[in-house]
Design a protein around this ligand. Structure first.
Ligand code: THU
Length: 132
């Protein structure tokens, strides 16, 4: 898996972010097990609860296109020209990841393509809820 390339896609997608209210721009790149990449950016709405995070945009694009098995996601977010900190996925996005991914799903939070942290979904969402 080329983590740096995935981070580059996430960083590039920040340029597509529509964040006129927060100014916090996020990009995401989601890698499927068969090597495809689906991307997303955050899209804000004046009625704030309608806003969608970059990660969920990427997941919903992928699932709606028929993808169902996922390997990793790279996330890059921040208010500056480049992310000045690591943007950890929000709780809602972690639940969406949990719906479609195993506990070994890799979550990469990047400041640059060379400066990133790696976690598994199991680490970021321990004791997750599963509807039996
Ligand atoms: N946001 C994301 O896109 N992903 C995250 O993981 C955290 C937050 C977006 C939502 C909103 O547009 C802005 O960042 C500030 O919360």
């Amino acid at each position: 898996m080329d983590i740096q390339a995935l981070c580059r896609e996430a960083l590039m997608m920040r340029g597509r972010s529509y964040a006129p209210y927060s100014g916090f721009r996020v990009g995401a790149a989601l890698l499927t097990r068969d090597g495809r990449i689906f991307t997303g950016c955050n899209i804000e709405v004046g009625s704030f609860s309608s806003t969608c995070c970059a990660e969920r945009v990427a997941f919903f694009k992928a699932v709606s296109e028929g993808a169902s098995e996922f390997e990793a996601i790279a996330i890059a977010g921040g208010a500056g020209a480049m992310p000045d900190d690591y943007c950890s996925p929000c709780g809602v996005c972690r639940e969406v990841m949990s719906e479609f991914c195993n506990e070994d799903f890799l979550i990469v939070i990047a400041r640059t393509e060379d400066d990133y942290q790696e976690f598994t979904l199991g680490e970021l969402l321990p004791q997750r809820f599963v509807l039996q």
